[in-house]
Design a protein around this ligand. Structure first.
Ligand SMILES: C[S@@+](CC[C@H](N)C(=O)[O-])C[C@H]1O[C@@H](n2cnc3c(N)ncnc32)[C@H](O)[C@@H]1O
Length: 286
């Protein structure tokens, strides 16, 4: 990220969510605050999104990853999770339309410059801050997430749910693993949902060309993609840090789950959304 400046890719992701509401009527992911937080009118969002048809793939992927994360959070709440952390929150609006209200404590963690900008946008849009929400400003590359969360009142003795959407590709792999190891060290029954991309060299020439264009664009914004994973290497490493459940949707699984009527071929490589969890301890019946 550029020093002292809010994340430009956070703005781009929020724009995609807003455009999904207008162009696809929020079919995959419905977010009544997506336009409001940006302070944009539906017509101008539609005009800008339609002017760039190549953005459709990314728009739908962002809708999918957010829907997947929120569905997983609802299921985790059903299993007793009462604390959630939105890592690299950007302009994510879950905390402001959280259907669980006070029953779910939420921490929004982000780079200080992005978080300050979001708070201003929330004020501009008159979106109230719920009392269940705590902001935590952290630079993942240079500060300890565990320490900053603890100082903000995060209870590390509770099973917890983390989302980390659109962030992993921007971080050094070492910073990614230290956060994953921290989450795996929390009480059993904790979860993380994040997204990642297959390495560019594993993509078909067509996909790779599209990928290189997007990669160049984000690099010029000062937010280069530097970390990729392949599932065969990622899953055993997740198991080694302590995750026992892994649900990984690659391109084919995403189409099957969220676009079942779609015809045509589906690439075998691309973006993934994954949930990793530690197994909850079963209460003994005596
Ligand atoms: C592409 S945006 C994704 C935002 C949001 N999760 C979403 O899906 O819309 C990337 C986010 O990662 C955050 N980020 C990038 N590098 C970071 C770092 N070193 N420390 C903290 N946050 C960082 C940015 O501030 C930004 O909010």
């Amino acid at each position: 990220m550029q020093t002292g400046k809010p994340s430009q890719t956070a703005l781009a992701a929020a724009f995609h969510r807003a455009a999904h509401q207008v162009l696809e009527q929020g079919r995959v992911f419905f977010d009544p605050l997506a336009l409001r937080i940006l302070g944009m009118e539906a017509q101008s969002v539609a005009r800008r999104a339609k002017a760039k048809p190549s953005g459709r793939r990314m728009r739908l992927f962002i809708a999918v990853r957010t829907r997947f994360a929120e569905d997983a959070l609802a299921a985790a709440f059903g299993s007793g999770v009462r604390q959630a952390v939105v890592l690299g929150a950007g302009l994510d609006t879950y905390a402001y339309r959280n259907p669980l209200g006070e029953r779910l404590r939420i921490f929004e963690v982000d780079h200080p410059a992005t978080q300050a900008w979001k708070r201003q946008l929330l004020r501009d849009a008159a979106i109230p801050l719920p009392s269940s929400l705590t902001f935590v400003a952290v630079d993942f590359e240079h500060e300890s997430l565990a320490e900053r969360l603890a100082a903000a009142g995060f209870d590390r003795c509770q099973q917890s749910f983390f989302t980390w959407l659109g962030v992993v590709p921007y971080l050094k792999e070492e910073a990614v693993w230290s956060t994953l190891a921290f989450i795996a060290s929390l009480p059993q029954g904790s979860h993380i949902v994040f997204d990642y991309a297959d390495p560019p060299e594993s993509l078909s020439p067509d996909l790779r060309a599209g990928h290189e264009k997007r990669a160049q664009r984000v690099a010029t914004l000062g937010e280069a993609w530097i970390t990729y994973f392949d599932a065969e290497r990622l899953h055993p490493k997740l198991a080694a840090v302590g995750f026992t459940e892994i649900e990984d949707l690659g391109p084919a699984e995403i189409v099957a789950r969220y676009f079942p009527g779609r015809s045509g071929s589906v690439p075998d490589k691309g973006g993934h959304v994954i949930r990793a969890a530690t197994t909850p301890v079963k209460e003994s019946r005596s």
